[in-house]
Design a protein around this ligand. Structure first.
Ligand SMILES: Nc1ncnc2c1ncn2[C@@H]1O[C@H](COP(=O)(O)OP(=O)(O)OP(=O)(O)O)[C@@H](O)[C@H]1O
Ligand SMILES: [Mg+2]
Length: 315
């Protein structure tokens, strides 16, 4: 099973929201990571055939999805970012309603609704109105409706928005349990949401996929570029102004432990540490924030390795 994006592009007026994205998805969990406005939702909407690309195509099993039509949609599950929940429906009614829209028989809908509300931990709340649900409960209901038809391709746009840490853990486990033999694509701008569950990360910026790979691969790209040093708080402020600084932790002894993403040792006391996905994110977005000269960020570490990464290319 392959879902392929071929130079997929969406332009709104003069603004290019998705810019010639090519990528091949096979079963697995993919985390689409990018800042606000990067183009994640636009890309997902085209994958889900609710928005027509300006150019390029989405192919499922080698056939363009606009030729597959309902046959494709029957194999697709989608949780939109701005999902409408029908507040006066109960969870059960809501699932039954969507099941009928998806073409399940009444009997299938009943069985599937009971089963899925159980899977997402909403069995007890099945008869409660959706307007009484917490954000996390709504998100779980959204995931349940997306998998009603046992889709081969599951697209979840910001499924963890508004979840507390416990719900996030629950969500990750839920996705892992549902993901078998499916292509699961989920978007977020929260690094930790995809760090543990995604087999592959796709980082989007300004409409393009700028890097892809496993967490190990893409963190490996910036090995030697992440540092920690203990400095005086005043020095920490100065470093924040001129360097790409991640966490600053103020220790009991009054010093500040500063994490820095930089090509060169940022301070005589700095020691190199293992990069995390969050560091990669800071690294990839530092050019935009102007923290480092472009020429420096384009140096041999990082970008060249990233450019060599399989799969995603512009053009
Ligand atoms: N219908 C539209 N008409 C005009 N511009 C749009 C439309 N939809 C999206 N855009 C623009 O396209 C760009 C990408 O938007 P998109 O919603 O895909 O980003 P995103 O990565 O999902 O952001 P977020 O993290 O905020 O959800 C933005 O600049 C946005 O303003
Ligand atoms: Mg979005």
């Amino acid at each position: 099973m392959e879902l392929r994006l071929d130079r997929l592009t969406k332009q709104f007026g003069s603004h290019i929201a998705v810019d010639r994205v090519s990528f091949s998805f096979t079963p697995g969990v993919y985390g689409l990571l990018g800042a606000n406005g990067a183009g994640k939702t636009t890309l997902m909407r085209m994958i889900c055939d609710v928005m027509r690309p300006t150019s390029g195509s989405v192919l499922f099993g080698g056939t363009p999805i606009d030729q597959l039509g309902d046959g494709y949609r029957a194999r697709l599950g989608y949780l939109p970012q701005d999902f409408g929940y029908y507040p006066d429906f109960t969870a059960c009614d809501f699932m039954m309603y969507l099941a009928s829209l998806k073409g399940l028989t009444a009997q299938q809908a009943k069985v599937r609704t009971r089963e899925l509300l159980g899977v997402v931990g909403l069995a007890e709340a099945a008869k409660r109105k959706v307007k009484t649900f917490s954000g996390g409960m709504k998100q779980r209901l959204g995931i349940a409706q997306a998998v009603l038809n046992d889709p081969s391709v599951l697209v979840l746009d910001e499924p963890t928005a508004g979840l507390d840490p416990k719900e996030r853990v629950r969500f990750r486990n839920l996705i892992s349990s549902l993901a078998q033999e499916k292509i699961v694509i989920l978007s977020t701008h929260i690094v930790s949401d995809v760090e543990y569950i995604a087999d592959e990360i796709l980082v989007m910026r300004a409409g393009g996929i700028i890097t892809t790979g496993t967490v190990e691969e893409i963190t490996g790209d910036i090995r030697g570029c992440v540092w920690e040093c203990a400095v005086a708080p005043r020095e920490a402020d100065a470093m924040s102004a001129s360097l790409t600084v991640g966490n600053i932790h103020y220790a009991q002894d009054g010093s500040a432990i500063v994490r820095v993403v930089a090509q060169q040792r940022p301070h005589p006391s700095a020691r190199a540490v293992e990069p995390t996905l969050e560091d990669v994110y800071l690294y990839l977005f530092q050019e935009q924030s102007g923290c480092l000269p472009v020429s420096q960020t384009k140096a041999e570490v990082g970008q060249d390795a990233i450019a060599r990464r399989k799969g995603a290319h512009r053009g």
